[in-house]
Design a protein around this ligand. Structure first.
Ligand SMILES: Nc1ncnc2c1ncn2[C@@H]1O[C@H](COP(=O)(O)OP(=O)(O)OP(=O)(O)O)[C@@H](O)[C@H]1O
Length: 295
């Protein structure tokens, strides 16, 4: 079980870091094995910052992140290496995770070097083959190829296979399909669906509400670094209570909506406000449905 408790993140911004920008405010949630939790919200709402903190690519300013009860924000280098055995991330641009001058499967070899140096070559090769197979890749079709010889979908799958080689418990998937075409997208999404059935917990960061609805059991809607609404996906998307959530959902063009016939109005929301203050508390409005009070 992965838990975030009252997590805050501030960045130093401005000339010589003279100002502070609070990117994430008092965020708490948990993800159980076999569950997909989506984090949605407008650009700049803090989604990626949450994912990066879970992956400890950046430190937290305040709060705790626990995996099976252990706070990883306080763990040392060795503890972190152990943590990465269990928690891995895949990001938006698969090409940026590969070095173009090396063969793509180097990302898999690096897992062996770091975590399984004593495993025999033949045993490792069959482990690699199994993990590639579980993400729908044929070893013969991808091994030995350079990144530019593979498609975005294949590269993204190979990164998921790398995570699976470690037999991880939690996958942070940050906009992992936004650079893929429609049919490859659904392919990778369905893959996530089958992985969750095998017990993987997924933190699915996306700005695409329909994808969040498709894949996740629970959803968090973020704005200005804080959670404004959260709960079971059906409740939040079916009966959004916060004005921001309503606007967000109303802004999604449907397949048969045409701009020329019925342009979706842009709704003006209140300005950013003071990000350094604690956000409005969440109140339970229904079973598995919480909403921040509107001030
Ligand atoms: N390294 C950084 N230094 C300073 N400010 C940052 C840094 N990274 C992010 N921010 C700021 O923190 C806020 C949250 O950014 P974040 O990337 O988490 O948002 P997001 O919801 O993921 O947005 P997007 O959907 O556009 O990726 C933004 O105002 C952003 O400008």
């Amino acid at each position: 079980m992965l838990e975030l408790e009252k997590v805050w993140k501030s960045y130093r911004v401005g000339s010589l870091g003279s100002k502070k920008l609070t990117a994430v405010r008092d965020v708490s949630f948990s993800i159980a094995p076999g569950e997909v939790l989506s984090v949605v919200g407008e650009s700049g709402s803090g989604k990626t910052t949450v994912g990066k903190m879970v992956l400890q690519l950046i430190s937290v300013s305040k709060g705790a992140i626990r995996l099976d009860g252990e706070d990883i924000t306080k763990t040392g280098k060795r503890g972190l290496k152990e943590y990465y055995r269990n928690v891995q991330g895949v990001f938006q641009d698969p090409f940026s995770s590969y070095n173009p001058i090396f063969r793509a499967d180097r990302v898999l070899e690096m897992v062996k070097e770091s975590y399984f140096p004593r495993v025999k070559r033949s045993e490792w090769d069959s482990k690699v083959e199994d993990s590639l197979q579980s993400v729908g890749l044929e070893a013969g079709a991808v091994l030995g190829k350079y990144p530019h010889q593979l498609s975005g979908g294949q590269l993204q799958r190979m990164l998921i296979a790398r995570a699976l080689l470690l037999d991880i418990k939690v996958l942070v998937a940050d906009e992992i399909i936004s650079m893929l075409d429609a049919s490859t997208r659904i392919d990778v999404l369905n893959l996530l669906g089958s992985l969750k059935e095998r017990g993987l917990a997924v933190l699915f960061v996306t700005h695409d509400l329909s994808l969040a609805n498709y894949i996740s059991e629970r959803v968090i809607i973020m704005r200005h670094g804080a959670i404004v609404e959260t709960g079971a996906t059906g409740k939040v998307f079916g009966d959004p209570r916060h004005p921001y959530s309503r606007n967000l959902l109303a802004s999604v063009p449907q397949l048969h909506t045409k701009w020329s016939e019925n342009p979706i109005p842009v709704v003006e929301l209140e300005p950013d406000g003071d990000r350094s203050r604690p956000p409005a508390p969440l109140t339970k409005v229904d079973e598995r449905h919480w909403v921040a009070s509107v001030g």
